[in-house]
Structures are given as C-alpha cells and as structure tokens.
Ligand binder design. Structure first.
Ligand code: URA
Length: 240
C-alpha cells in the first residue's frame, strides 16, 4: 500500500506537490471515489486523474525538472562545504543531478534529471544546445567590444565560438551595462571569462533560457516537471 500522491509522482505524472494539488482540487479518483490526501492505494486500485486512468504499467522512472536556480546554491549533487545544492531544492526520491552547471552566484534555468542518455546528448560538445544569458557588467560596453564577443575571445587559451550578443541597456549613472549573450558552448565560467577577456567584470549573471526552456513562469527557487512533449523535443535537439 502506498500513498496516492506518491504513486502519481513515482509514475512521473506530476511532482509530489503537483500531485497533492490535483488531489486537493478533486481531480483524482480512486476506484471512482474522490481521493483524499494520504489515501493509500494497492496495485489493483484504479486511479483516475482528470478522468483518465493512470497507466501503472507505464512506470517511467525517468524524471525531468526545470528549476529557476536562486543565488547561493551549488549545481552539484553534494557539496564538501555543506552549501545548499540544486538537488536539495527538488522534492523527489529519484537520484537526480543537474545537466551542466551554473555558478554559485548565477541564477536561472537549469535542468535536473536522472536520464543519463539525455544529459549526454545535451552536453556533448558537438551538439551543445543554445543557452541565453543576461549579464550585468561593470562599465559601459563599447560597440567594438560587443563585436569581439560575437566573433570569439580567447578563454583558457582557446577562442570561444561565435555568439549572438546584444546590448540590452546601459546605466550611465551606475556605470553598468546589461548584455544578452547566446552561446552554445558550456565551458567553466564561460560568460564571466568572456567578459574578463575584454576587461569587464560581471556583477550579476542569469541564464534566461536553456534550449527552448525559459523560467519566466517560475519564481526564484521554483521548479516544474517537463512535459513528455518537451522531453521529446530535447531528445530531438540533442540528436541533430
Ligand atoms: N558562465 C559563467 O560564467 N557562469 C555560469 O554560471 C554560466 C555560464
């Protein structure tokens, strides 16, 4: 016997919290009776969500989360300094890990999964997916420096690939600029090092999009599960 919200989330239908909400909203039936939070079910019980029978044979042990990473969290599964990890922000009993990294002080879109095949597809250097960053930098960036970023700058003895770079705004009073960068590579501290290479310090960095996934609907620290359609789309991107 297992709690109904656990059965729903283990099948990858929704996160535990989303499953609880579905139950509270009266969208879940057990043997055609409205389910209550904490109801226990046995394998022969029929669970319906929004009128559709949950197929328990299609147990999907793969899970995919999109997190809006807050500042002050490491993108690893554990941290030797005991700092908070992105994994600890997600309520799951699966052994998930982040796809790639964001720095401790970088915010924004990060995927977490236990699907190693998809991870390898997405972070393979020959097929790195598009990532969009918004960087607040110290100084007013010049047109020629934007041109340099677009064409590639030398980072760790190797030139970066071509990038799309746009000056979004600048603030003369505070002497800062907001620059959007679209890159495909995922080298360590890449964006900060690209700016460093041309003499600017990054004050704030946010990844506003990973592939086609943005975090506009997620507050800092919030996450959601990907839909099966989104997972399929990611697989297709990776295999191009
Ligand atoms: N580039 C960086 O410098 N830091 C990040 O977190 C991501 C990209």
């Amino acid at each position: 016997m297992e709690r109904v919200q656990k059965v729903i989330s283990n099948l990858g239908y929704a996160s535990r919290r989303e499953a609880e909400k579905l139950i509270l909203d009266g969208k879940v039936l057990i043997n055609n009776q409205k389910a209550n939070l904490g109801d226990k079910v046995k394998p022969s019980d029929i669970i319906k969500i929004n009128g559709i029978v949950l197929d328990k044979t299609k147990s999907n042990d793969k899970v995919y989360y999109l997190l809006n990473k807050p500042r002050g969290v490491v993108s690893t599964t554990s941290d030797e300094l005991g700092r908070k990890t992105v994994v600890s922000l997600i309520e799951t009993d699966k052994r998930i890990y982040p796809v790639g990294r964001l720095d401790y002080d970088t915010t924004g879109a990060i995927l977490l999964t236990n699907d190693g095949d998809l991870t390898n597809l997405l972070i393979h250097p020959s097929r790195e997916v598009e990532k969009v960053y918004l960087a607040k930098i110290k100084g007013i960036i010049t047109g020629s420096d934007i041109f340099k970023l677009k064409n590639g700058v030398v980072v760790d003895n190797k030139k970066t690939s071509k990038a799309r770079v746009k000056l979004k705004s600048y603030d003369k009073k505070n002497n800062t600029s907001l620059v959007e960068l679209v890159i495909h590579e995922g080298r360590n501290h890449q964006v900060k090092k690209m700016f460093e290479a041309i003499g600017y310090d990054v004050i704030k960095l946010t990844r506003i999009r990973f592939a086609f996934l943005d975090v506009k609907t997620l507050k800092s620290g919030e996450y959601r599960m990907l839909t099966p359609k989104e997972v399929k789309k990611l697989y297709n991107l990776g295999s191009n």
